[in-house]
Design a protein around this ligand. Structure first.
Ligand SMILES: [Zn+2]
Length: 74
């Protein structure tokens, strides 16, 4: 999902979660192929500074664990 129209279409309350893939660890993409997730984010000077590591796929509602810099060794 990269086109702006897809982003607008995904901006809604996520579907009811039917799957929980948190046991797979941090993911950049849901099993359905979507890379947009609902989560809580805090910003500091225009940059995301804090986000909840549990997310929900904007397309199918699957619960996933979201990545953070420590997952990349940063
Ligand atoms: Zn999904």
């Amino acid at each position: 999902m990269n086109a702006p129209t897809e982003v607008v279409a995904a901006w809604h309350t996520p579907p009811e979660a039917k799957d929980d893939l948190r046991m797979l660890g941090p993911v950049h993409e849901c099993a359905c192929g979507s890379n947009l997730f609902h989560t809580l984010v805090s910003f500091d000077q225009g940059e995301p500074s804090l986000w909840v590591l549990e997310g929900q796929c904007a397309s199918c509602g699957t619960i996933v664990r979201l990545p953070c810099p420590i997952d990349l060794g940063i």
